[in-house]
Design a binder for this molecule. Structure first.
Ligand SMILES: *Cc1c(COP(=O)(O)O)cnc(C)c1O
Length: 368
């Protein structure tokens, strides 16, 4: 193999020369952070692009998750999914909240709403689901349960930038939704994140919390944190917005090509792709089923030997990490679907610069 290694993702960046005028402006006005002009412009532009009312920008998605839980004063126990990136549950531990893991749906790989009620106790205050791979959760069923038991719903929407359902942005559901703009995500500001909130009052509380709790020069109303996005990231975000539709359109082409090439491969199941919802094609997850000639790990190694560095997202499950595995809800027999999916999942490379020929080569290795 003499072609360069192919990784599961590659950051999507706008032309550098278009970023230079933004940097010039920062150098000229010397405003680097604390809600400067690019921060304000980016918040407005994002609201418009995503079709939501209020957004609070953050330095990263994890701080946004931690702050979202603070903003709604969540305590006690929170129901969440074991099938996600660790930051989802870590945000609960950082708030002194006990995660209660509930199994996932075998088709969407999101929290299974039919299993939530059995996990509710008098200590339960909220549900923290994840729109895994940007595939929307069953938001209607989750809200119904939340209404009956008077629980808050915070969506970890780190994968769900720009994802829509029949009536608009998926980010309008629940009490809050949290985005990540990390380098590996579909839309990136290097590091970055945001909370989508339904009303101005909640946004104001979040804005105070992300700035140490300051409301003015001398008044501190809460034990806030430093979660502010810098002008550099906000400027980059503004520029990225001009290219994101184009980037997602290219991802959609790659998604279609993989589906076409892998459709006839026995034992390989492509996830998602229902077609009726707007996706951002941030991931291309496949399940390696028992009728495939190799195990998932053997296929992972084989692809690696060809220079294709695919990823086992999400393996291990969050509930298998040392700080979680002692919890009663972390037991394998409580999470059979998640445990089985974690053993079979592979995420294939997908990013705007990925060429058709590389997609064909990857599919050929899988099919051979
Ligand atoms: C990326 C990610 C996060 C964390 O976001 P950061 O911006 O990296 O802090 C949280 N949850 C999920 C599901 C993620 O994929």
């Amino acid at each position: 193999m003499n072609s360069p290694p192919v990784f599961v993702t590659q950051p999507f960046l706008p032309p550098l020369e278009e970023f230079l005028p933004y940097l010039q402006q920062i150098w000229d006005n010397k405003i680097l952070t604390n809600g400067g002009p690019f921060h304000q412009q980016f918040e407005r532009a994002l609201c418009e692009h995503l079709g939501v009312k209020h957004i609070a920008l953050f330095a990263n998605g994890t701080l946004a998750l931690v702050t979202a839980l603070q903003a709604l004063r969540i305590t006690g126990e929170v129901i969440t999914t074991p099938y996600s990136f660790v930051a989802t549950s870590h945000a609960l531990l950082w708030n002194g909240i006990k995660p209660v893991f509930v199994d996932i749906d075998p088709h969407t790989l999101n929290l299974d709403p039919t299993k939530i009620e059995a996990a509710i106790t008098p200590q339960t205050t909220a549900i923290l689901p994840v729109h895994c791979y940007g595939h929307p959760c069953d938001v209607t069923a989750i809200q119904q349960i939340a209404d009956i038991y008077n629980l808050k719903v915070i969506y970890d929407a780190a994968h769900a930038f720009g994802v829509e359902d029949e009536e608009g942005s998926i980010l309008r559901h629940g009490d809050l939704s949290v985005l990540s703009f990390h380098a590996t995500k579909t839309f990136t500001t290097f590091e970055g994140g945001a909370i989508v909130c339904p009303d101005a009052k909640t946004k104001q509380r979040i804005d105070h919390l992300k700035n140490f709790g300051f409301v003015d020069e001398t008044t501190v109303v809460a034990p806030g944190i430093n979660g502010k996005m810098s002008e550099f990231s906000a400027a980059l975000g503004l520029l990225q917005l001009k290219y994101i539709d184009q980037a997602i359109a290219r991802r959609a082409e790659i998604d279609r090509l993989y589906r076409q090439l892998l459709a006839e491969v026995p034992g390989i199941r492509c996830l998602g792709g229902s077609g009726e919802r707007v996706s951002n094609y941030g991931y291309f997850p496949i399940l390696v089923e028992p009728d495939y000639p190799l195990t998932r790990d053997a296929l992972y190694d084989k692809l690696k030997a060809h220079g294709f560095f695919v990823r086992r997202y999400f393996y291990p499950l969050i509930s298998d990490f040392p700080m979680y595995r002692g919890l009663p809800s972390a037991r394998r027999d409580n999470l059979p679907v998640a445990a089985s999916v974690a053993e079979r999942i592979l995420c294939l490379p997908i990013y705007p610069a990925l060429e058709d020929a590389t997609v064909e080569a990857i599919a050929a290795v899988i099919a051979s």
